[in-house]
Design a protein around this ligand. Structure first.
Ligand SMILES: NC(=O)C1=CN([C@@H]2O[C@H](COP(=O)(O)OP(=O)(O)OC[C@H]3O[C@@H](n4cnc5c(N)ncnc54)[C@H](OP(=O)(O)O)[C@@H]3O)[C@@H](O)[C@H]2O)C=CC1
Ligand SMILES: CC(C)(CO)C(=O)C(=O)O
Length: 329
């Protein structure tokens, strides 16, 4: 099986290192910049649970057009980077092959299988390129619990979690979802198939809606939230709003999720640098719309008030705009 990891940064780098080490598939990597140069020079190295994997030079590329058609493309870019790769991603897929998106937050393909006329979500696919040029029928949805950081170019440090949930947006069982989960499991990545990938998305978003924006805005990693207890209280409020939005769309998690117990920060627990904090610290764009903005949009469409989101969202958008301005993008 030919598998490409498109955007092998923190999460994708973990998957790539494990898939390469397993040796069951023909793996290729699309990366860029200093990270790409380091992968070509020294390979992709994964530090995980006291073990080190990888570390042999690897012929990665920044030009997907140089790769042969792939049976599976695992897409691990940030949500805001996706529209730019719609056409090259489509060109990389062998007939019938899937693009498996492991992206936090509400996915651009949300309407596929539930409201085709609704098309792409404008906050996530502003010009509709993903819907039009890639096409939602190419999509496998993915939800990942695996905390990683690119600690230096070519080096991925994995700190917690190993759960990779895969599902068709239509909710159907499919050989391509089974095959993807299977190849992940063989590589030591706990792949599982879901017939309700949106439910898995909401359950994961319970963690992200509190951790990601509040760590990014305060610069406090999760292990330091106890220094300002009101931060965790705000996290609980954000989770409550998320649950009401999800319920208005038909996913009622209010009986299974306890907001107070779901705030990811626990007093004294060390570490915890969510991906949005990593982006804020590095002055990179952040996944504001997938993790926060789309919740406000859904809330407004369905008459659900989101007062805490309404405060957090403009702060994040302003922070994001200043990063983009500094990076001239
Ligand atoms: N990090 C984590 O612990 C977790 C992250 N997630 C989610 O997983 C997804 C991926 O996150 P994460 O791994 O942290 O992101 P990263 O930014 O670490 O990785 C994405 C990589 O894709 C590269 N990239 C972007 N565009 C292109 C392009 N056109 N061609 C080649 N390479 C490209 C980026 O390069 P550059 O840096 O130059 O932009 C970067 O190296 C996100 O949705 C995130 O929310 C989920 C669970 C945990
Ligand atoms: C759950 C969490 C917070 C793990 O790091 C994550 O998904 C992220 O970093 O975006």
């Amino acid at each position: 099986m030919k598998i490409c990891i498109f955007g092998a940064g923190a999460v994708g780098g973990n998957a790539a290192a494990r898939l390469i080490a397993a040796g069951d598939s023909e793996v290729s990597i699309v990366a860029r910049g200093a990270h790409l140069a380091a992968i070509r020079d020294k390979g992709i190295t994964l530090h995980s649970e006291g073990q080190t994997l990888g570390g042999k030079p690897f012929a990665a590329t920044d030009d997907p057009a140089t790769l042969p058609p792939q049976d599976l493309v695992v897409v691990t870019l940030k949500a805001h980077s996706l529209p730019a790769i719609a056409a090259p991603l489509k060109a990389l897929l062998a007939p019938g092959a899937a693009a498996l998106f492991f992206t936090n937050g509400v996915p651009w393909w949300w309407n596929h299988g539930i409201d085709e006329e609704g098309g792409s979500l404008p906050l996530l696919d502003p010009e509709g390129k993903l819907w039009r040029e890639l096409g939602p029928e190419s999509v496998l949805g993915g939800v990942v619990y695996s905390a990683n950081a690119v600690t230096e170019p070519g080096l991925i440090t994995h700190s917690a979690g190993n759960r990779w949930i895969i599902g068709e947006p239509t909710g159907d069982a499919s050989p391509r979802a089974d095959a993807a989960a299977d190849v992940f499991r063989k590589a030591g990545l706990n792949g599982e198939v879901s017939t309700d990938i949106r439910k898995a998305m909401w359950e994961k978003l319970v963690l992200n809606i509190a951790a990601n924006p509040l760590c990014a805005l305060t610069r406090l990693p999760l292990g330091r939230w106890h220094e300002v207890p009101a931060i965790a209280d705000l996290g609980v409020t954000l989770i409550r709003e998320l649950l009401e939005v999800a319920k208005s769309l038909g996913w009622d998690l209010t009986h299974t999720v306890d907001p107070a117990a779901s705030v990811p920060a626990k007093p004294g627990r060390p570490g915890g640098r969510p991906s949005m904090l990593q982006d804020a610290e590095a002055g990179r764009p952040m996944e504001v719309e997938a993790i926060v903005g789309q919740l406000q949009a859904f809330g407004r469409e369905n008459g659900v008030a989101t007062p805490a989101i309404d405060v957090v969202l403009p702060l994040l958008r302003a922070l994001d705009a200043s990063s983009r301005e500094a990076m001239k993008i």
